[in-house]
Ligand binder design. Structure first.
Ligand SMILES: [Mg+2]
Length: 409
């Protein structure tokens, strides 16, 4: 019996006796007292989740899911606020999953998302559950000796083009950005995206030098390399249209989030008036939010992020939805290590993932790559998937624990 069955059983039993004992109270009892007991009862099932743990790296939050048979699945959660994500996983979310069979993952996933809806559904809730869900898929693959893409419906492609994603924070002048762009071309990238990182808090910044960056980047990489730019929500509708018309001269592959992701009227107006493919979606965390974005705003392609949309379970549902609407996926992926491997399995198994997918460069996750072996091969701008079980990478648990000790304060 898992957590959900327990709560339903208690509720229906007490209803039959006429004593009030609502579901929320049964849930609290489960959390407080019985989860350990049911984990004990389920101990004979090899594929039951025994333990979920979190590990703090410098700029990442790794998650492990350990089964009764000792198999461990690994992934990472979105680390915007990794201490809060760790607390949420440790104190609340793990209770939905521990004691359940990994092959029933959608049942506790749905129950958790719906029960804890007030904590999300976008933001910390889905940022955190993503780490658990992806680690469960890694464990599922290891348990069945199948790569994760097979569990997602099978491989549609052997490799995926990735685009190099770099940012004004690190390369703050057009000259520095241009030098980095040239280096990325030499490394083999055929597509790159430069993030202006304005943010909602700097909308229509007076020092906006987007055009200077576009000019320098295009001059540095020539006309054969695809260049995308990301406004990171930095403009009002009026300013985005004005700037977008100026950017048309630089043959952008796409322009990302020129305005607030929830202002569907503004998005629609920009899509209609600017002759550049417009992309939104990294702030759409559920199928419903993607649906609203496409219905009311419009977007040339969508860029949901596996670590923001609930892991493979959420990503699979979004992939199926956009396939029905012929919208392409240009996956957002701001975490370069384990998240990239998850994204690769997702993109290889998702029909509409025919565009380049994001890679945020190794420099964004210091230390994380020290903990991994078997990272997919990068060649000519593409990542190549392997048929190794699970995600196909090995995690050095001793190294992860050493970092956790160092970065947990
Ligand atoms: Mg973006």
């Amino acid at each position: 019996m898992n957590r959900l069955d327990f709560i339903r059983t208690i509720s229906s039993a007490t209803l039959a006796t006429g004593l009030p004992f609502p579901m929320w109270a049964a849930e609290r009892v489960f959390r407080a007292s019985f989860s350990g007991m049911f984990k004990e009862m389920a101990k004979d099932d090899d594929f039951v989740i025994k333990d979920i743990d979190t590990y703090m790296l410098r700029k990442a939050l790794f998650v492990s899911v350990e089964l009764n048979n000792g198999i461990k699945g690994w992934a990472e959660a979105m680390p915007n606020d990794k201490r809060s994500s760790r607390t949420l996983i440790d104190r609340t979310l793990k209770n939905y999953f521990e004691g359940t069979n990994i092959f029933d993952v959608e049942k506790p996933w749905d129950h958790c998302i719906k029960s804890e809806y007030d904590l999300g559904p976008g933001g910390l809730l889905t940022y955190s559950i993503s780490g658990i869900d992806c680690a469960i898929y890694d464990a599922m693959g290891k348990a069945t000796q199948k790569p994760v893409y097979e569990l997602l419906g099978g491989k549609l492609r052997d490799s995926v083009e990735i685009y190099a994603s770099f940012t004004r924070d690190v390369y703050p002048t057009p000259e520095k950005a241009a030098t980095k762009a040239k280096q990325l071309v030499e490394e083999g990238y055929k597509t790159m995206k430069f993030r202006m990182r304005w943010g909602l808090e700097n909308m229509d910044a007076p020092n906006d030098n987007t055009i200077d960056f576009a000019k320098a980047l295009r001059a540095a990489i020539g006309s054969d390399i695809r260049l995308a730019m990301d406004a990171n929500m930095g403009h009002s509708e009026q300013r985005a249209i004005q700037l977008g018309k100026e950017l048309e001269a630089f043959d952008l592959a796409w322009w990302e989030e020129p305005t607030a992701p929830y202002d569907y009227d503004a998005i629609k107006s920009i899509v209609e008036q600017v002759d550049i493919p417009i992309v939104f979606g990294e702030h759409a965390y559920t199928v419903e939010q993607i649906k609203h974005l496409l219905t009311y705003g419009g977007s040339w392609a969508v860029n949901p992020d596996l670590l923001k949309c609930g892991g493979f379970t959420g990503g699979k549902r979004i992939g199926d939805y956009i396939a029905q609407h012929n919208v392409k996926l240009v996956a957002h992926n701001s975490r370069p290590s384990l998240s990239t491997v998850c994204m690769l399995h997702w993109a290889c198994a998702t029909e509409m993932a025919t565009l380049p997918q994001e890679f945020a460069l190794r420099e964004k996750a210091p230390g994380a790559f020290d903990c991994l072996t078997g990272f997919p091969e990068f060649k000519n701008g593409r990542l190549y998937i392997t048929d190794r079980p699970g995600l196909g990478v090995e995690v050095d648990e001793d190294q992860v624990r050493a970092y956790d000790k160092k970065y947990t304060r």
